[in-house]
Ligand binder design. Sequence first.
Ligand SMILES: Nc1ncnc2c1ncn2[C@@H]1O[C@H](COP(=O)(O)OP(=O)(O)O)[C@@H](O)[C@H]1O
Ligand SMILES: [Mg+2]
Length: 359
Amino acid sequence: MHRAVRRDVDGCADRQTRRCRIPGFSVHRGIRYHERTGGEAVLISGGASSDYAGRMQPGQTLDARFELESLVGSGGMADVYRARELVTGKRVALKILRVPQHAGIARFRREGSVLARMQHPHIVRYVAHGAGREATWLAMEWLEGESLEARLARGPLTVGECVAVARGTSEALAFAHARGVLHRDVKPGNLFLPGGSCAEVKVLDFGIARVADATLTRTGSIVGTPSYLSPEQARGAQVDLRTDLFALGCVLYEALTGRRAFGGPNAVAVLAKVLLEEPPPARSLEPRVPIALSDLIEQLMQKDPAARPASASTVTESLRVVAAAELVHRAGAVPSLTDQEQRLLTVVLAHRPSPINEK
Ligand SMILES: Nc1ncnc2c1ncn2[C@@H]1O[C@H](COP(=O)(O)OP(=O)(O)O)[C@@H](O)[C@H]1O
Ligand SMILES: [Mg+2]
């Protein structure tokens, strides 16, 4: 059994931990979570101890290989720095494990070896990973730009931008899934827009990715982020690639409407919604959203995995329909069509023999 010690996992003063209980959902017993005062929460199973090692300082060198320049991101277990590789002079993003605890080290190594296999235009490029005397680290290509999370803090995306993010992300997921890797933490903070470009979106953070047939450590495993968890992931049930598709649906919903599909004041409230509530269709909140895109998002967020698209490549293909719908929508050529007629028209357009240039 997991130890039920209540302790701040990473030592941050602005975080609190509580037992996570939803009456009637026994799967949540024994799962601990800690949350930021802002409501973003990360589930942590097991009784990870808080061997807080402290943060490295800009200017410090790491393992005589990297010089840290500045801290750019910080999650539950790791800090991300902009750094320079001393031998090559190249800039890298250096993710450094801040909780040097056994399960954390194993997970971090797995993140490095998984990322090393993921060479794809929409996945951050791996440079190296290692565990030296000073720290356990993962070096990646340095990306100038901002995360989708930072972008969304300024307001929703246009339909064209959202479709671009969706296409890049679904292609990256199809690539990972074909190699037996489930990301399991698709969310705006893990999607990066180099130079602010939605068309160049890169998937980050394979920190809790699951590799087919790999046995996961049972203690201290981060399960995911509540607002983007699929119901089966939230229940601790068996998950497959469709868990990533559910999360993608949540991301696209938020990107268009500016509202989380499953939001709430705390993780318990969010999880209850993930398990029990259907969010209103994106189009009912934002009429500018084409029907085909609203329908696709709704399908991605189905509680039953069997009702979701069967694969990430199916999603990429559906986005052709969406792009066609966007053409219809923007042209405003046939405003008198009913929703049903627009659906039919977009399907017909999407299957035209000539390629459609989506924005
Ligand atoms: N390769 C990179 N280039 C630039 N910034 C990055 C890079 N990787 C991560 N970041 C920044 O650090 C943040 C956290 O990175 P992530 O890999 O998601 O770590 P964590 O596991 O702590 O969530 C990202 O949201 C992004 O802002
Ligand atoms: Mg992350």
